[in-house]
Design a protein around this ligand. Structure first.
Ligand SMILES: NC(=O)c1ccc[n+]([C@@H]2O[C@H](COP(=O)([O-])OP(=O)(O)OC[C@H]3O[C@@H](n4cnc5c(N)ncnc54)[C@H](O)[C@@H]3O)[C@@H](O)[C@H]2O)c1
Length: 421
């Protein structure tokens, strides 16, 4: 623990699934936070104490902090004592990391520096990105010194603190999880840790910036490789006409075996993306990590073939339950369910696909233009369809009584109806 608790102002750049909860967590502890986003609608919502995303308990935290005056929002980066960058880090064509958002955020911070600040990268990033931030800032502000130039007494400190929260439990985990804080120098790490000590009850572990960057990528690659193992087992068991859920539950009786659940693929902003950053950094060496990505990316196509196998040669629509990338959230990014709907619509252009996603009001752009795809209420989809495919185990789907699925051909990609339908 630092002996000097953090008392400065914080500017959080990017008010999405990570930046807004982080802003709220700091502001709830009395820190003055200015949230910054290039999306004017997001800024207007936060200014009004509202939350533009679905995440349990975030609405209460944001409304409370805005009412107390500790959280404000703007489209312009202000002067502050700490800057936290929580902007997207997607990949481009060819799975190369796209650091353009991080660079834009850095360039918006540069003119506001006076000396004495800490700049913290929260976005998941390939090794070397935090160093690049230090270099970009130095290029923009030759009047200041940065830690890659002056390790002992830089005017501005630069560090990385990756986020590892679980969507749906962000407000709990943002406080409870351990945090890895990696500095360009040990001094940078110690300075950044002071900010996290305000709200983090987990252990704060200090390291260097590149190790912190790589550790975050390793966490998500570990998950991806293990899910790929379960998904490959599911594919093999489908071929051998065996029940993969039964086999995994039997194997997991071994005291040192814990096979994960298979599913329709891997989605979201993290696990489906971050392993590619390792592959891009060491393409010759990251063979298993690349293969796991390929196995998981092939899974939606396998599900499409199984749904088609259930379809009778008639005109009856097919019900597809869920679009989000995991249960009980509204996040559709990289969602395998979206991919399945898209691929099935292309393979069966004359079949109505009745999509049920209770967490969204509109289909995403990539589906809304497809004429045989409709966003439908659950009751309508079940009433009109003979084939029902569960793509996401949202609680209201898992809880469906067995009678609701009577006389249907069912594909349960999540094992949620196992033993019932
Ligand atoms: N969502 C998660 O569960 C999760 C978990 C761990 C790590 N991460 C990482 O955190 C980072 C942010 O992810 P997210 O889910 O919050 O993304 P998000 O898309 O929900 O939010 C990013 C926000 O940044 C804004 N933005 C983009 N460029 C900007 C700029 N130059 N200046 C100001 N605002 C800008 C966008 O408008 C958006 O509101 C990513 O690197 C992601 O990989 C996310």
């Amino acid at each position: 623990m630092s002996e000097t608790p953090w008392t400065g102002d914080v500017a959080v750049i990017g008010l999405g699934y990570i930046g807004l909860p982080t802003s709220a967590a700091l502001a709830m502890h009395g820190v003055k936070v200015m949230g910054v986003d290039i999306n004017a609608r997001t800024v207007a919502a936060v200014q009004a104490g509202q939350v533009p995303i679905v995440e349990p308990d975030l609405d209460v935290a944001v409304a409370g902090a805005v009412a107390r005056g500790t959280l404000t929002a703007s489209t312009e980066v202000p002067q502050a004592d700490a800057f936290m960058i929580a902007v997207p880090t997607p990949f481009q064509d060819g799975y190369e990391p796209d650091l353009s958002y991080v660079k834009a955020a850095t360039q918006a911070i540069a003119p506001q520096l006076r000396g004495g600040e800490i700049v913290i990268l929260e976005s998941t990033s390939p090794p070397g990105t935090t160093l690049k931030i230090s270099e970009w800032l130095a290029a923009a502000r030759p009047d200041l010194t940065f830690p890659h130039q002056d390790a002992e007494h830089p005017s501005v400190n630069v560090a990385h603190c990756p986020e590892r929260v679980l969507p749906g439990r962000i407000m709990v985990e943002i406080v409870a999880n351990d945090r890895v804080v990696g500095g360009i120098t040990p001094g940078c790490a110690a300075r950044a840790a002071e900010v996290y000590e305000v709200f983090c009850k987990g252990q704060i572990v200090l390291t260097d910036a590149a190790s912190a960057e790589m550790a975050k990528l390793v966490e998500n690659s570990f998950r991806d490789v293990n899910i790929a193992f379960a998904n490959e087992l599911a594919h093999i068991c489908e071929h051998l006409d065996l029940d993969v859920w039964e086999i995994i539950s039997l194997a997991n009786h071994h005291p040192r075996v814990n096979v994960l659940n298979p599913g329709p693929g891997v989605g979201g902003h993290c696990i489906a993306v971050d392993p590619w950053f390792i592959v891009a950094a060491a393409p010759e060496h990251a063979q298993l990590i690349r293969k796991a990505r390929e196995v998981n990316d092939a899974r939606p196509g396998e599900v499409v073939q199984r749904v088609r196998g259930l379809m009778a040669p008639n005109e009856k629509p097919v019900a597809l339950l869920g679009l989000a990338f995991k249960a009980d959230i509204d996040d559709l990014r990289e969602s395998p369910a979206v991919e399945i709907v898209k691929e099935l619509a292309a393979a069966e252009p004359n079949r109505r696909l009745l999509v049920v996603e209770p967490h969204v009001d509109f289909l995403p752009l990539e589906l809304s233009a497809i004429k045989n795809v409709e966003l439908t209420a659950l009751g309508t989809a079940l009433a009109e369809s003979e084939v029902v495919a569960l793509l996401v185990d949202h609680r209201r789907f898992s809880d469906l009584p067995a009678e609701a699925l009577a006389n249907k051909s069912v594909l349960d990609t999540r094992g949620a109806w196992r033993g019932r339908a």
